[in-house]
Design a protein around this ligand. Sequence first.
Ligand code: ZN
Length: 89
Amino acid sequence: MKSTGKMPLRMCCVCREMHPKQELIRIVTQKDGSIFPDATGKAPGRGLYVCRRESCIETCCRKRVLNKVLHTVVSEEVYESIQRASQQT
Ligand SMILES: [Zn+2]
């Protein structure tokens, strides 16, 4: 399918494939160090994305992918909230 340019694509930080934004979970990192899944897509801060594929969510949480991507220690709570967010449709 040819891209129309109307569908913004973002890269999943786990599989590194490009996906339409709505198929990804946005995770926001803010200046004060807080990290959380952003359901609205509008929270300020640096965003990164994980696709909703079960395997990517699982890999993200199991391998602590965010720790590597963000070069920081991401708390277990954050990973749990990402898992919860992935289960909401
Ligand atoms: Zn992915």
